[in-house]
Design a protein around this ligand. Structure first.
Ligand code: AMP
Length: 398
């Protein structure tokens, strides 16, 4: 069985074709700058050379057509016809409280995705275009939606209700939803496995630290709190997003700087985070390099970032009533030796410390805490595409 996994972002499309017999990626790739000048497809077929194609890619429908052409191309393709694709798994960002698990896409499901455009205005429309393009190009092939928010649906009301008038939740669905759910679920399960424990018996804090980032508190395999909220703007500081700030800053700065609400949202989503503090870049590699060369604001951005993550680790330890493990994942969490060490500085008081030798690792499953630590710390590479493929297979086999 071969499953195509599609992750349609606002202006990008990530894909993987996975052979479920051994769960290997037969091909993977990325289309960037969809609808923007300079669109590009990077296609990586297993065992063949990487291919880069530039073209005028006006929308996701055209992007998907290019991906399907690349997969079946005589030279750099990996399948002889689209008939070899048994199912398509789509990452869908937010459908409110409508689903708590992977779901076969039907006209009713598509209507719900559309009804929830307001909740994920950049992502849900792109997700729906992706689904409809596949329906058109691969008629009859089952399509499954795996929601980014699903894993967080187990949060208790006390975690997801905001302290604002309750009518905002009842009338408009304003609540904490949480994101990166597929990654949090996978990493929590992997961490329990590395501990040789049943997920039911452990409390885990998952730190998904990429360009966007979120933490989740996972108790007995279920999420009971997470840092992102109604949108992926809340929580820790991120590459370009501010995370938690005093909401009164918005009207204050809008008045001082004469900004509209659109400009303010752009400021908070695209110009803030470690980019805003450092003035250098949103990429932690650039910031670490600048800090090492003596750039004080770059060093400050790293300190601010580590502080926000450490603060939530403490908060979630309290929410969980004790913690057995902390897991680091995603681009930064898997790769930045110095950031992991910085975040865990001073956590000895609750029973953990990083072993510098064990921490000298990138992108593979490994415990990095000192021997005998009460709270174990792990690096666990995430694999959202594989989870989506497994969920898609499970739904199709029903
Ligand atoms: P993601 O969103 O999960 O793809 O993560 C992307 C982010 O991971 C980039 O913006 C980088 O800041 C960070 N990253 C990736 N590799 C490294 C590395 N070797 N050292 C520090 N940061 C890294």
């Amino acid at each position: 069985m071969k499953i195509l996994v599609l992750n349609c972002g606002s202006s990008s499309l990530k894909y993987q074709l996975i052979n479920m017999a051994d769960e290997s990626a037969v091909a993977k790739g990325l289309v960037e700058r969809i609808g923007i000048e300079g669109s590009i497809l990077v296609h990586e077929p297993e065992g063949k050379d990487k291919v880069k194609q530039t073209a005028d890619i006006k929308n996701h429908s055209i992007a998907i057509k290019m991906v399907l052409d690349a997969l079946t191309d005589a030279n750099h393709g990996v399948i002889s016809s689209l008939k070899e694709i048994d199912a398509v798994g789509h990452r869908v960002v937010n459908c409110g409280e409508n689903f708590s698990g992977p779901t076969l896409i039907t006209p009713e499901v598509k209507k719900i995705i559309k009804d929830c455009f307001d909740l994920a205005p950049l992502h849900n429309p792109a997700n729906l275009i992706g689904i409809e393009a596949c329906e058109e190009l691969m008629p009859g092939v089952p399509q499954v939606m795996v929601l980014d928010t699903a894993f967080h649906q187990t949060m208790p009301k006390s975690s997801y209700i905001y302290p604002i008038p309750y009518e905002a939740y009842e009338k408009h669905g304003v609540r904490r939803y949480g994101f990166h759910g597929t990654s949090h679920r996978y990493v929590a399960e992997q961490t329990a496995m590395l501990m040789n424990k049943d997920p039911k018996d452990v409390n885990i804090i998952v730190c998904h630290l990429g360009n966007g980032g979120s933490l989740s508190a996972v108790k007995g395999g279920k999420c009971i709190d997470t840092t992102m909220g109604l949108t992926p703007l809340e929580g820790i500081a991120m590459g370009t997003r501010c995370g938690d700030i005093d909401s009164a800053i918005l009207p204050f700065l809008m008045e001082k700087e004469g900004m509209t609400i659109e400009q303010m949202m752009d400021y908070l989503n695209k110009k803030s985070g470690v980019l805003g503090v450092s003035g250098v870049s949103s990429d932690f590699r650039d910031i670490e390099e600048a800090a090492n060369s003596g750039n004080e604001r770059a060093a400050l951005a790293l300190d601010v970032f580590a502080h926000t993550v450490r603060k939530f680790i403490g908060a979630f330890a309290a929410v969980l009533g004790g913690v057995d493990a902390i897991a680091f994942t995603a681009g930064l969490g898997e790769n930045s030796i110095t950031m992991r060490a910085k975040i865990c500085e001073g956590l000895e008081f609750f029973g953990t410390a990083i072993d510098p030798e064990k921490n000298n690792v990138r992108g593979k499953n490994q415990e990095i805490s000192v021997d005998g630590a009460k709270v174990k710390v792990f690096v666990v590479p995430t694999n959202e595409e594989l989870i989506i493929a497994r969920d898609t297979k499970a739904v199709c086999s029903k």
